[in-house]
Design a protein around this ligand. Structure first.
Ligand SMILES: Nc1nc2c(c(=O)[nH]1)N[C@H]1C(S)=C(S)[C@@H](COP(=O)(O)O)O[C@H]1N2
Ligand SMILES: [Mo]
Length: 562
């Protein structure tokens, strides 16, 4: 009996200690996030560790994550980190029941891991980024130490239980009679003894202390969110105050019928809300337009520039329809969208600074854009200056950029994948060479130069649709930005390629809709599509992965005609 009861006491103590670990972990996070809110929100442990994981994610895994979780990939990552933290906290708590110092050292070490992650991020501003995680680690270790002290410190041997009423007031009895107050006092001094009567550990004190600590931590966490919310509110106010001037060069009028307006067919202009989002930011930067600056400098820059937001708005603004594509877009995938952008032509800015393209004797062949979150995106200077509408964009579909899409200013170069052209939350433009510098994704096995590959997609019928036999409208989009789409063809099963009807052609930097009327016979069929661009090149049937420079191959859809 005695051994069973001892063992069950140990189990309960271990379980309580694990809960103590959880409280310690929670406190560590709260302290770290509050410190981060004061120092730099991006340096908070969850953002830092998550960001560091993303930084170290090979292209193929990143692709898998995007494929599996889509835009929720970041949420999944953060929940994963929190789940791991919780497990670690439970485990260190349980460990602390027996090896208190080791466990506490472990918690502090975990803080050091967070600090190291923060320092390793490309947007790290220096040693101060280590502070939030270190504070959190120390706070967590302290809480764990204090809580497990309550559980584990054995008292002096229990005094014989005073049974009869008339017994003198022993210290033990005084202890019992004064109840919680004395217990709390003892908790304060860290001197917790076994109850001399029952021989039990003072779990009540532990539970009270754990609950109290959790409440305090929750308060700190709340405070951290309040501080962060202030930043967001200021940025939001600055965005709402932006008045975009009318463009000096408005977007060319779109030909009638550029949008076929067919059911299930992607609209010609993507709504801002529906626009795909791809970036590494676990925490979208909320910038204040009033404080935004852009620095232009580097090789071959005669006169380095610093521009603020108003400087940019005072310059000649152009408005253009441009279709953007992500290199991570699989054949048939959703990471492509078209919007009406407003911005300053980059070429003019570069010329003003004295920059010449390599074809005219310039030395720098790479323009590196840097964002406030440490992203680097390298674009050929030649492409930026070849006359296309490479923009520093401030507006999207008639409104200031949304925060998700780079407010206050982003870059955009028609015909190049986003990771080599479309830096959001931009703060710096540096002229350098491809030899001298590898941008963020180039360091991670993606190609340094990546023009968009000509592609086409079937939007309707949807995969595994069951249309009735007879006339079925097959329709979709095709894109070859800055080249233009000349022809789209559809094939049923192994049949001949047949020309689809093209919608009237919009600007050369946008996608083009197409449709084809299929006389569908019952049974299962596979529809294939391919496009030919205005350089005369037809899409290769060869399927490749997205790494290193974009997927190729024909999109196909399987349907059952009923
Ligand atoms: N600062 C920053 N800019 C960025 C990225 C990023 O991760 N961080 N991702 C790029 C990639 S890969 C693409 S495809 C486009 C996507 O832009 P969107 O999210 O507005 O659609 O942004 C580009 N600009
Ligand atoms: Mo991308």
């Amino acid at each position: 009996m005695a051994t069973v009861s001892t063992r069950s006491t140990a189990v309960v103590t271990g379980a309580l200690a694990a809960c103590g670990g959880l409280v310690a972990g929670y406190s560590a996070l709260a302290v770290a996030e509050l410190t981060a809110a004061a120092v730099r929100p991006e340096a908070g442990p969850v953002t830092a560790v998550g960001g560091a994981v993303i930084d170290r994610t090979p292209g193929a895994v990143k692709d898998w994550a995007i494929r599996t979780f889509g835009t929720d990939d970041k949420l999944v990552l953060q929940l994963g980190i929190l789940a791991l933290l919780a497990l670690f906290a439970l485990a260190t708590g349980a460990l602390a029941a027996r090896h208190r110092r080791t466990a506490c050292a472990g918690v502090a070490l975990f803080g050091a891991v967070g600090a190291q992650a923060a320092l390793s991020r490309p947007d790290s501003v220096g040693v101060t980024d280590a502070v939030p995680s270190l504070c959190g680690g120390l706070a967590g270790a302290g809480v764990l130490y204090a809580l497990t002290t309550l559980l584990a410190r054995p008292g002096p041997p229990a005094a014989p239980a005073p049974e009869d009423q008339g017994a003198p007031r022993t210290p033990a009895r005084a202890q019992r009679e004064s109840g919680g107050k004395a217990t709390l006092r003892r908790w304060g001094s860290g001197l917790v003894r076994r109850d001399p009567v029952t021989g039990r550990l003072p779990r009540r004190a532990f539970v009270l202390a754990a609950a109290g600590t959790a409440a305090v931590a929750s308060g700190l966490g709340h405070l951290a969110r309040r501080v962060n919310a202030t930043t967001v509110a200021e940025a939001t106010a600055s965005r709402e105050a932006v008045r975009l001037p009318p463009p000096d060069s408005p977007a060319p009028a779109l030909p009638r019928g550029v949008d076929l307006r067919l059911p299930e067919l992607t609209p010609y202009t993507t709504g801002t809300e529906d626009f795909y989002r791809v970036d590494t930011a676990l925490r979208v930067p909320y910038l204040d337009a009033g404080r935004w600056r852009l620095r232009l400098h580097g090789e071959g820059v005669r006169s380095p520039l610093v521009l603020d937001f108003q400087d940019l708005l005072r310059r000649p603004l152009v408005e253009r329809d441009i279709t953007m594509t992500c290199v991570s877009n699989e054949v048939g995938g959703p990471y492509v969208g078209s919007a009406r952008w407003l911005g300053v032509r980059l070429k003019e800015l570069l010329e003003e600074a004295g920059v010449r393209p390599t074809s005219r004797g310039g030395r720098a062949d790479q323009l590196v854009a840097r964002s406030v979150d440490g992203m680097t995106i390298g674009t050929p200077v030649e492409t930026v200056m070849d006359g296309r509408d490479a923009l520093l964009a401030v507006g999207m579909n008639g409104r200031p950029l949304p925060f998700d899409h780079g407010f206050p200013v982003r870059m955009l170069v028609p015909g190049l994948y986003g990771y080599v052209s479309a830096c959001k939350w931009i703060e710096e433009l540096e002229l350098t060479t491809f030899d001298a510098f590898d941008a963020y994704w180039v360091k991670r096995d993606w190609a340094a130069e990546a023009p968009v590959k000509t592609q086409s997609r079937i939007d309707t019928p949807r995969p595994f649709a069951r249309p009735p036999a007879g006339r079925v409208t097959v329709a979709g989009v095709a894109w070859a930005q800055h080249k233009g789409i000349a022809r789209v063809e559809v094939r049923v099963d192994d049949g001949p390629w047949q020309r689809a009807r093209l919608a009237p052609e919009g600007p050369v930097d946008t996608w083009r809709q197409w449709s084809w009327s299929w006389r569908a016979a019952p049974g299962q069929h596979t529809l294939h599509v391919r496009a030919t661009d205005r350089t005369g090149r037809t899409q290769t049937p060869k399927r490749t992965r997205t790494v290193p420079d974009g997927a190729s191959g024909h999109h196909s859809v399987v349907v059952t005609v009923t």
